[in-house]
Structures are given as structure tokens and as C-alpha cells.
Design a protein around this ligand. Structure first.
Ligand code: NDP
Length: 307
């Protein structure tokens, strides 16, 4: 009863694109929806850079459309979280939080990566209303505005630099007085007249009104001094956590826990494919995730034909 040709774990743009392709190939995929069905895009508001939507589309609507498209071709969805996987032999086995155990000839992993948050009490409710974890997605909305970016790595430098195309001023708040970012990225930020650094500091409070974020409190971690500063946007660039804890010891991960892929979405385990942010710490876009989901589906189909 619980055996399938293909199981897809995760339902962001990568997983749902895999579901559309494998369902259309008549593989009748079973899709385990995960903790946040629809993935990170369900936490955003407007998506303006997904091709095909002249006037943009709301993130939740885009994901709901992808799910319905996959369901139309026969993909079966179960609202459950994958908690354990045995990829050591075929058929592969996965256990889920609904108490069920499923087996499959092929598995597509698209569990994504969660952006790290600061953990401030009101931040989650302000995502899409001034708090963002994706400069490429949201920078555009801050034309002539003031923005604070938190972090000191490559992402923070890249995000801050990107946002200066739109914003009039970008402050980088970093908890140390040296950056982790690579030298060229640092130089680019240092040389940008719109960017200013606030060193040894942390954002400790966010203030908002009906329209979204208005101010943040920035605390100097050395002196304890606090300053309430006006800002229109607060971007987090403090890293991502790939959702791979259920895979430990089953598949090759990199030092940061992302799945290592070879030749597109192939992994070191024949028959197991990975797509989207769970294997991509660089691009992290809905469209790149969807593209890799398509590749994973096609490779899974070829694998099943060959076995
Ligand atoms: P990193 O882990 O490299 O950097 C995270 C930054 O956030 C660090 O400066 C860290 O501070 C800070 N930070 C972490 N947690 C907190 C917290 N709770 N509060 C405040 N600050 C915090 O992540 P990135 O996303 O920047 O980069 C991930 C990987 O992707 C890296 O390997 C990077 O090189 C790569 N990358 C490459 C790019 C490119 O080549 N174009 C672009 C973007 C990323 P601290 O320094 O004190 O630890």
C-alpha cells in the first residue's frame, strides 16, 4: 500500500515542479508536504520575478497553483513531515510524523533551507512587511528608502550592495568589528557610498505601525548603548539552515549540511535526487529551485526506466 515509484519530500517550488513533471510522466508521485507546505514563498507577499506573471503574484497563490497543477496530473499529497530515511538499500524507506512508513524506488529531496532569524518576538509577523530574508526578492520595494542589513558574511555584503540599487541608504549591522565575507565582497561594500557599517552591534527590537517596520533598536554589544533608529526595511543575512537533519549518515552533505549534488540534482546515492535550496547555498531563487526540480524529475524518470 505504501510503496511508490517516486516519493517527493518537500513542497517548495523545487518539490512541486518535480511533482508536476513526475505526475505528467505517469509516475504517480507521493508528495510529503513537510512542516511548511508550499515552502518559504508562503511566508512572502508579492513575487515579482517569477517569469510569466506580468503584474507579479502573491507567494502563497503561486504555491497553491503549483500544487493544484501537480494534483491535476495525479500527484498525491500527504500533510506530514519526513522524520527519518533509510537510503542504504532499495526500495528506500522513509518514516513520517503521521506514523506511516513509505517505500520508494526513487526519492526526490526538496526540503529547502530555512533562513536564520534573530528570534525577536515580533519578527515573524513582520516578514513581508519590512522584515525580509531575501534581498533579490524584496530589494526592489525599497526605492529611496532606508534599510538595515544584519550579518557580516558574503550574503550580507551582496545583499547590501544589491539593495543600494534602490535604497537611498543601507546600514550593515554586524556583531563584530571584522567581516567574515570574502575580501572582494568586503571591498565592494566598503567602496559603496550608500553603505555604512555599524560595528559590534545587534538589532534587539523592531518597531512597526500599520504599514510595516518603522524603527529598530541597535545595541552596541561592547558599550551596551542603545539607539532607536528609523528604518523602512530590515534584511536578515545571517545564514541558512538546510533541512537535512533527517538525512544524517544517509547521503553526502557538505560542511554546512547542504546535500552535495553532482551533474545537476544527482546525489551520491543512485536513485536519490536533490533539488532546490537543500542543495543550493548560492542562488536560492524560486525559479532556480523550480528548474532544478524539473531536472530531478527527469533524472528520476530515466533512473526508473533503467531499473
Ligand atoms: P555565513 O555563515 O558565511 O555568514 C553569516 C553571518 O551572519 C556572519 O557574519 C555571522 O556573524 C552573522 N550571524 C550569524 N548568526 C547571527 C546572529 N544570530 N546574529 C547576528 N549575526 C549573526 O552566511 P552567508 O549566508 O553570508 O554565506 C553562506 C555561504 O554562501 C558562504 O560560504 C558564502 O561564502 C557563500 N556565498 C557566496 C556568495 C558569492 O560567492 N557570490 C554570495 C553569498 C553567499 P559572525 O561573523 O560573527 O559569525
Amino acid at each position: 500500500m505504501n510503496h511508490r515509484k517516486v516519493i517527493i519530500i518537500g513542497t517548495g517550488p523545487a518539490g512541486l515542479t518535480s511533482a508536476i513533471y513526475t505526475a505528467r510522466a505517469d509516475l504517480k508521485p507521493l508528495v510529503l508536504e513537510g512542516e511548511q507546505p508550499g515552502g518559504q514563498l508562503t511566508l512572502t507577499t508579492e513575487v515579482e520575478n517569477f517569469p510569466g506573471f506580468v503584474d507579479g503574484v502573491m507567494g502563497p497563490e503561486l504555491m497553491s497553483n503549483m500544487k493544484n497543477q501537480a494534483a491535476r496530473f495525479g500527484a498525491e499529497f500527504v500533510a506530514t513531515l519526513c522524520t527519518e530515511a533509510d537510503l542504504s538499500k532499495r526500495p528506500f524507506t522513509v518514516k513520517a510524523s503521521n506514523g506511516e512508513t513509505y517505500t520508494a524506488d526513487s526519492i526526490i529531496i526538496s526540503t529547502g533551507a530555512s533562513a536564520k532569524m534573530l528570534g525577536l518576538p515580533n519578527e515573524k509577523g513582520l516578514v513581508g512587511r519590512g522584515v525580509s530574508t531575501c534581498a533579490t526578492c524584496d530589494g526592489f520595494f525599497y526605492r529611496d528608502r532606508v534599510v538595515h542589513v544584519v550579518g557580516g558574511g558574503d550574503t550580507a555584503m551582496e545583499d547590501a550592495t544589491f539593495i543600494t540599487k534602490f535604497a537611498k541608504k543601507v546600514y550593515i549591522v554586524h556583531r563584530k568589528d571584522t567581516l567574515r565575507a570574502s575580501k572582494p565582497m568586503q571591498e565592494r561594500a566598503f567602496n559603496n557610498p550608500k553603505i555604512e557599517f555599524i560595528w559590534d552591534s545587534a538589532v534587539t527590537e523592531i518597531f512597526s505601525d500599520h504599514s510595516g517596520v518603522t524603527h529598530v533598536t541597535v545595541e552596541n554589544l561592547k558599550t551596551g548603548d542603545k539607539e532607536k533608529r528609523h528604518t523602512d526595511g530590515l534584511f536578515y543575512a545571517i545564514g541558512h539552515t538546510p533541512n537535512t537533519s533527517f538525512l544524517k549518515g544517509q547521503i553526502t552533505l557538505d560542511d554546512n549540511g547542504f546535500i552535495k549534488t553532482i551533474n545537476g540534482p544527482a546525489t551520491n546515492v543512485p536513485g536519490v535526487f536533490a533539488c532546490g535550496d537543500v542543495q543550493d547555498s548560492i542562488f536560492r531563487q524560486a525559479i532556480t529551485a523550480a528548474g532544478s526540480g524539473c531536472q530531478a524529475a527527469i533524472l528520476a524518470e530515466r533512473f526508473l526506466e533503467g531499473h
